[in-house]
Design a protein around this ligand. Sequence first.
Ligand SMILES: [Zn+2]
Length: 147
Amino acid sequence: MSRPRDFRLNDGTVIDHLPVGTAARALELLGLPREGPITVGINVPSPSVGRKDIVRVEGLFLEKPELDRLALLGQQITVSIVRDGSVSDKTVLDVPERLMGILTCSNPTCITHTEEVDTVFFKQDGFPYRFKCAYCERVTSLDDVQE
Ligand SMILES: [Zn+2]
């Protein structure tokens, strides 16, 4: 099956298998658009996951903290790096058991709001992901991701 011509990247990143409805959130988390053109597919049929969102960004290469934020959106998100029109690297994102400096604690009296400390959260079981603050034990969700 051939892909529409306008969906091809020359050099950039494809963020695939996003859960349906999370493409906009992914763009927001990554502070996109920046420079290059972006194609967004929403509710795209997928043989492996049924339906998915997909984002293709020309000229974008993500850093580790950005990948860690993205990983929070879904369980099988795939990030492919495209160089010279073909995929040079493909990774399925994984959420670490311990997150540092990515989430903000939703408890207004938590020490992380008043002291100069990195937030630390532990991943809880299940999906959508939830995380427990190491300082005050408040359980927090994706809405509290720092942007
Ligand atoms: Zn806290």
